[in-house]
Design a protein around this ligand. Structure first.
Ligand code: PHE
Length: 460
């Protein structure tokens, strides 16, 4: 196979080039978390100050952990549970590392379960826009479209199935034909659309207000919860902690410079999140709607704006297509780890993809239910988690717990269990300032920050 890696098993698949690896892995990072998540989470948490904490969390915790996860994948050359099993043996550790891999596999399906519903709504809206929708719509019509979608379980289930079907189709091919081609087509298209939107918003909307909102300082309450949200968002946006990145790392040829690739991917992810903010908020501010609209920002507030602006239907179509592409390039990375594990058990990629995608669709009914009949059903109210639907529990449970805790585990494995030399050679990096800095962060800073965060969140 093209670019087959020399690390271990020569039959193990590998992306065909460095650039292919970077594009596909950036596709995993860039997702709903950037275009749908970041603007609304930043909006809800007051803008500038939150963005600063988010940047710090990205630089000092999530990005170093991302690099660790990629490295574990390339060293282990297998699905996450098996890769970690091999590395446990190598490190001679008595802790059960594969457990972290298995937890991640559960995490991938949980993320897919809500991803599918939200991406499904994006696809539905793209079609609505293509039919000429939104232009000239009244507030009432926009609200009705969102309400109709979110109140119809069959509609959400259908879209979730379509989205997961598409994901399974791409994953069922071998990685060079499926994952790689999808990334090479969708990522450049996504970047072009996004740039077009930023330029459009800059000309039509209140760009200054958006910049001030995202980068200026405003009075806000700094709570442990805010830190947890910022760290959760940083982990989610890079996709660290469920083994998707580890699986892609296992397909990374030994010719790829891992630290440099990490920098490119993190930079692209950050760029897309900020650009999404700069595409959305100028329009939000010039039309006088609230920036703190929450998860509905993209599906309720934006269409209202598209209704009013010149060329609204075209902009709307472009935007929802962008959202769909971002979602697909991430969902394929979320389906890959379980499929890789099933392949090791002798399954074909196609069978594995269909089975795991079906499971995600079934679980996605919980998210659909949380938007529809179960809007006021709070399953863990008795545990003090009142007001949280199944969707809230799944989304926050994964982003704020599974991801940072797995990140902590990766940091401990790489920083403490594997030897410093082994790690340095696996990257590979010279024993200079950059390596020392990263190794210090992985050994001390990231574990201490994540632990402190949890103590703060539990105590607060
Ligand atoms: N990073 C993706 C996003 O921002 C989500 C994701 C999470 C992808 C976990 C892979 C693994 O939407």
């Amino acid at each position: 196979m093209a670019g087959a890696s020399s690390g271990g098993n020569s039959a193990y698949p590998s992306f065909s080039s460095r650039i292919a690896f970077i594009i596909v892995t950036a596709g995993s990072a860039v997702g709903l978390g950037n275009v749908w998540g970041f603007p609304y989470v930043a909006g809800q948490n007051g803008g500038g100050g939150f963005v600063l904490i988010y940047l710090l969390a990205l630089a000092f915790v999530a990005a170093p952990a991302f690099m660790a996860e990629l490295m574990l994948g390339r060293m282990g050359k297998a699905s996450p549970p098996n890769a970690l099993g091999r590395l446990q043996a190598k490190a001679g550790s008595r802790l059960h590392w594969p457990l972290v891999g298995w937890t991640g596999l559960v995490g991938t399906i949980l993320v897919l379960s809500f991803y599918a519903v939200i991406a499904g709504q994006a696809m539905d809206y793209a079609i609505e826009a293509a039919k000429g929708g939104f232009a000239g719509w009244s507030d009432h019509e926009v609200q009705a479209l969102d309400a109709d979608f979110k109140s119809s379980m069959p509609m959400m289930a259908l879209w979730s199935a379509i989205f997961m079907g598409l994901t399974a189709l791409i994953v069922s091919f071998d990685i060079n034909t499926g994952l790689e081609k999808a990334g090479k087509v969708m990522m450049p298209a996504l970047l072009m659309i996004l740039l077009g939107m930023v330029i459009y918003s800059g000309n039509t909307g209140d760009f200054g207000a958006a910049v001030d909102f995202l980068f200026g300082f405003h009075k806000m309450d700094v709570t442990p919860r805010l830190f947890l949200e910022a760290v959760g968002q940083a982990f989610f946006t890079l996709g660290v902690g469920v083994g998707g990145i580890m699986t892609y790392g296992s397909y990374m040829g030994s010719n790829v410079n891992l630290p440099r690739a990490t920098l490119w991917i993190v930079a692209m992810d950050l760029f897309v999140a900020l650009a999404a903010g700069l595409a959305i908020f100028p329009l939000v501010f010039s039309s006088g709607v609230s920036a703190a609209a929450g998860p509905g920002l993209v599906f309720l507030t934006l269409p209202l704006i598209f209704a009013d602006i010149p060329g609204g239907a075209v902009v709307a179509f472009a935007f929802f297509l962008l959202l769909t592409f971002a979602a697909v390039t991430s969902s394929i990375s979320l389906l890959s780890p379980t499929v890789a594990r099933l392949e090791e058990a002798g399954w074909s990629r196609r069978k594995g993809a269909v089975l795991m995608a079906s499971l995600a669709v079934i679980i996605s009914l919980l998210t659909a239910y949380s938007f529809a009949g179960g809007k006021h059903v709070f399953p863990l109210a008795a545990l003090g988690l009142d007001g949280m639907t199944f969707f809230d529990l799944i989304r926050e449970g994964v982003s704020n717990f599974i991801l940072p805790l797995s990140g902590l585990a990766y940091a401990l494995m790489v920083g403490w269990a594997l030897s410093r030399e082994e790690v340095r050679k696996a990257l590979p990096m010279e024993d200079g300032l950059m390596f020392r800095l990263w190794h210090g962060v992985i050994r001390y800073v990231a574990p201490i920050c994540i632990t402190a965060l949890f103590i703060g969140a539990v105590a607060g």
